[in-house]
Design a protein around this ligand. Structure first.
Ligand code: CA
Length: 225
């Protein structure tokens, strides 16, 4: 079942929403703060975001365009106490697919979620690391929003590193991921590819030092980028 991200600071409402959705078989991640919600969103791949507007940390009006910018096709429902028409219109204009006004009826919430999930196609998987966005299935990478064209083996190298931040990948493993079982490549090909990759990223973000060499072990992405 698809995962849903709920960003709502009222614990009672959040409890009800989580209960209803889990009852339908969904897995729900929740955040009670806009900034934390944005952090979760960037790391996860969510079929649906349910977003409250009045949030500590970062207001829903600030969060919504950021989500839209990162994943234009993200399914998103606004959960708001502000039932007045201008707020609803603003939400829909900013790209919400639907809205639910608090207080809501439980069957209504379940039905709206179900309808929306039925009509949106699944999103392509997205990996995020600092300024880098990588779509494994589409074979696309952007750095600070600028598209980066990489040879396949450099793309695969980055894809592998971005699959798990802080995890150390050995040269052997990276090589296998980059070239499959081609036999005429050596470990040095990994070092050279890392060097080129760093340069290409640094052309767009000069102080980027996210790819760390772990002496005697391999490479990894540093935490905190
Ligand atoms: Ca709120």
């Amino acid at each position: 079942m698809p995962r849903i991200l709920l960003i709502e600071d009222d614990p009672h409402i959040a409890d009800v929403v989580v209960f209803l959705l889990e009852e339908q078989g969904h897995r729900v991640d929740r955040a009670t703060d806009g900034r934390i919600g944005w952090g979760l969103y960037q790391k996860g791949n969510y079929a649906l975001v349910i977003l409250d507007l009045g949030l500590p940390g970062m207001h829903g009006w600030e969060l919504l365009p950021k989500i839209r910018d990162l994943q234009p096709a993200q399914a998103l429902i606004l959960l708001t106490a502000l039932g007045e028409e201008p707020e609803r219109v603003k939400g829909l204009t900013l790209g919400a697919d639907d809205y639910i006004t608090k207080p809501f009826s439980n069957p209504e919430l379940v039905a709206r979620v179900r309808n929306l999930l039925r009509r949106v196609p699944p999103l392509p998987e997205l990996r995020v690391y600092g300024p880098i966005r990588l779509w494994p299935e589409k074979g696309e990478v952007t750095v600070n929003g600028v598209s980066l064209t990489l040879p396949l083996h450099e793309f695969r190298l980055l894809e592998c590193l971005m699959s798990q931040v802080r995890q150390i990948f050995s040269r052997e493993l990276l090589l296998l991921h980059m070239y499959g079982d081609e036999l005429d490549v050596t470990d040095r090909a990994v070092d050279q590819a890392v060097k080129r990759l760093r340069k290409k990223i640094q052309r767009l973000v000069p102080d980027f030092d996210g790819i760390e060499t772990v002496y005697g072990q391999g490479y990894r992405l540093r935490e905190g980028n």
